[in-house]
Design a protein around this ligand. Sequence first.
Ligand code: A3P
Length: 299
Amino acid sequence: TKLASPPAAADLEEMLNSLPQHTCSWSKGKYTLHKYQGFWSHRKLLEVAIPAQQSFKARPGDVFLCSYPKSGTTWLKALVYAIITRGKFDKSPLLTTLPHNCLPFLEKELEQIVANQKNSCFAHVATHLPYHSLPESILASNCKMVYIYRNVKDVIVSYYHFSREIAKLTMEDAPFEEAFNEFYQGISLYGPYWDHILGYWRASLERPDIILFLKYEDMKKDPTIHLKRLAEFIGYPFTIEEEKAGVIQSIINLCSFENLSNLEVNKSGCSNGFFGIENRLYFRKAKEGDWKNYFTDEG
Ligand code: A3P
């Protein structure tokens, strides 16, 4: 379903009401997703995403940080913000602001992004939209995209805890097995997962110059190499002097899970935006292989 121009509020409402809905079985009726253009999402996110699809005018030079939820978006946003604002680490806003509030999210902060366009020549914007549902201007303007991905089993576990906590359910109330089964069937926020990653992957084969794939586990193993690739790709390469001065390591340290998760703002704050999510929920364990604590041998 693609609309020709930004829908009026009443049309949008009607369209959203007509979408297939699914209330997740594990959620005790608290977590409902809507299916739009082949993917599942929250109604509130679609209320912004659909107008964004129709009206958002990306500019050449804008960079999009794309991901399936729970794949390392928070880390990627922190790293990109630290790269583009480097030079003032001791006073970095990342020390007092949730990374999600340092760079905007297309499906939440469209108005802010559009307002910012007047003041800055380009933007760094995050999105969970699948490739095929991105606003056309992003592709038409050849904007660069960074796609972060992660072992799907760890994504499932991370997603389970995040959505369970948002629904304020305990692990006993929200059986992991049910959440797993729904995810496996493709019913998860921005799911099906494989369609999401394959959409960007196929596009990256055709346009490797504009889509950079980063793997969460590789970044953990060798952050320096991947941070350099990332900085170069988004047009902020490190100079030899910066490398010698330890700038790369400073960014890695600033954005590390250990550092960010222990900051007061990320321990006790609450993020902006319509969901009012507690900041701590973005920082759980950040361990590779946590899935082994949840999956059975058959899994
Ligand atoms: P876990 O739930 O496995 O701990 P997203 O940012 O896309 O929502 O993904 C959240 C996952 O990234 C969570 O994984 C979270 O702990 C982890 N994470 C958050 N900040 C991180 C950081 N600075 N470095 C590495 N991982 C981080």
